[in-house]
Design a protein around this ligand. Structure first.
Ligand code: SF4
Ligand code: SF4
Length: 501
């Protein structure tokens, strides 16, 4: 007799008085939770398979469905919580490493929510974005330490290559393979429409998306999947991925079931084989080695493209960033520990890394102290959830932000956290052709454009309230921030005063 150690996490509540037996839920659930019993004429549910993706709830025509968290719990205590015990049961069952998706769900401090923005009142009046011009454009790349002009006022100094963004937000790296063709199409098209960038991640660039090269950042990761000359030439910038916030210190992992035809061709690896990129780049063991790769990529592309080096936020990040700034890189991207992922070992995701807010503040301070802040632009990611988070990040010292989970949510993701299964019911983190069709790229594009347009309006409103009319004037302006509920050490690292001071 087999024993079910784990009670289902969710319960499917079906209101029989409303259900019309249309079987939409049966057809829509890739996890096969719902089934129809013809003999009894009832729709049943196998709750052990439910991941609470809410697809059936959203599509039930009569709102007969509700998914609720089960209140049936083991006898937990402060030390042995229900989830911890269930994880032990799962590992005792399988003998394997637990895999998870999306960001760290643990109740760690979210510093964005403990930082408040200042507003202008009497002496330095606010600016009304409906009536006054506001500049949200930013340029990413190395800046000259001084500016020389000829007698006609034209710039004499030569500028290193820059990325021009209409607003200080870009879509972060999500590889083709971890997300679907239609999700990539939506990101590429939305980036073009918005005048920003999306990022290929480590999966290469599908041939159909070469047309969006001017809005594409191509990534070179430790596995070098899909990297070739034309790929490097096509992107507007090249990102060397040294680390990722959701899984610092380990490589990427795309399960073999997601490596199907186009994905395998784009990555240049066999179909069905797990794509496991190594934890380190096997040619990088020092800043000098990193410099070699930075300059190899510059050389290969005629010094026309900014090189981004992406690292996970870890202890001592300020010293690491200082090294990267001296390696010849043009942009440093730092990914905080709440950053999402398509698949990561649960223990790594939940226990490794540091909050992006602290990492950003310490890196910006260190680069300023060392007089090398202009050598690089700083891009931060790892759970940027709203326009307010963007404004706070810029005031803490970022030049721009990377967003991924917010973009997935805009496309319909319901944060069920099972991307690694390949059965995304919303057509995003899947390669199953029937599921991929569920995300209409026209609608995906529109929703992404809407989200970013809304954020741009909000950014203008917030900085206008601060009496600031450009992102450039907001950058590193920590006097505009105040902390609440933070201790002296935290305020010190963030470089901000307590509320009312
Ligand atoms: S989708 Fe709703 S109405 Fe249709 S069978 Fe399922 S629960 Fe019943
Ligand atoms: S992308 Fe899909 S599978 Fe991943 S969390 Fe969102 S809804 Fe779930």
């Amino acid at each position: 007799m087999s024993i079910n150690y784990i009670y289902p996490e969710f319960e499917v509540v079906r209101d029989e008085s409303k259900c019309i037996h249309c079987k939409v839920c049966v057809r829509q659930c890739a996890n096969e939770v719902h089934s129809y019993d013809e003999d009894l004429d009832v729709v049943k549910a196998d709750e052990s398979k439910c991941v609470n993706c809410q697809r059936c709830v959203s599509l039930c025509p009569v709102r007969a469905l509700k998914i609720v968290k089960s209140d049936c719990k083991l006898r937990e205590n402060a030390n042995w919580q229900n989830d911890t015990i269930n994880e032990i049961y799962k590992q005792a069952d399988t003998g394997g490493v637990l895999l998870s998706s999306m960001g760290n769900p643990k109740p760690m401090p979210v510093y964005w929510d403990k930082i408040l923005i200042n507003a202008s009142q009497v002496t330095n009046p606010p600016i009304d974005p409906l009536r006054e011009p506001m500049e949200t454009k930013v340029f990413l790349g190395k800046k000259p330490s001084y500016v020389e002009k000829d007698k006609n006022g034209n710039l004499k100094c030569e500028l290193d290559p820059q990325l021009e963004l209409s607003m200080p937000v870009m879509f972060s790296a999500m590889s083709y393979g971890s997300i679907s063709y239609n999700a990539h199409a939506s990101l590429a098209r939305a980036s073009k429409e918005l005048g920003i960038f999306y990022n290929t991640g480590e999966g290469g660039l599908h041939e159909d998306f070469y047309a969006y090269g001017d809005n594409t950042i191509v990534q070179v990761a430790s596995g070098r999947f899909g990297v070739h000359e034309e790929y490097l030439e096509t992107g507007k910038a090249i990102e060397i991925k040294m680390g990722q916030g959701a899984k610092p210190g380990i490589g990427g992992h795309l399960p073999g079931k997601k490596i199907v035809d186009d994905v395998s061709r784009t990555r240049m690896i066999p179909e069905g084989s797990d794509a496991i990129s190594p934890a380190p780049h096997h040619d990088i063991y020092s800043i000098e080695d990193l410099r070699q790769l930075v300059f190899s990529l510059k050389e290969a592309t005629n010094y026309k493209k900014p090189i981004i080096v992406k690292v996970a936020a870890v202890h001592n990040i300020a010293a690491i960033a200082s090294g990267i700034a001296r390696s010849g890189a043009d942009i440093i991207a730092i990914d905080g520990f709440r950053g999402g992922t398509g698949a990561a070992p649960t223990r790594i995701r939940d226990n490794v890394g540091i909050p992006i807010e602290l990492a950003l503040a310490s890196v910006d301070s260190r680069l300023r102290e060392e007089g090398i802040r202009n050598n690089v632009s700083l891009v931060v990611g790892g759970s940027i959830r709203s326009a307010a988070d963007v404004v706070k990040a810029i005031a803490l010292g970022a030049d721009a932000c990377y967003v991924a989970t917010s973009a997935l949510l805009a496309m319909g993701c319901h944060l069920c956290r099972t991307c690694q299964s390949g059965k995304c019911n919303w057509g995003i983190a899947t390669q199953d052709p029937e599921l991929v069709k569920r995300l209409n790229p026209d609608i995906g594009t529109k929703r992404l454009v809407n989200l970013m347009t809304a954020w741009k309006h909000e950014i203008k409103e917030i900085i206008g309230a601060m009496g600031i009319n450009s992102i450039e004037a907001l950058k590193g302006n920590r006097l505009m921030l105040r902390g609440v509920g933070l201790n002296e050490k935290e305020l010190d690292i963030l470089g901000i005063k307590h509320a009312v001071e």
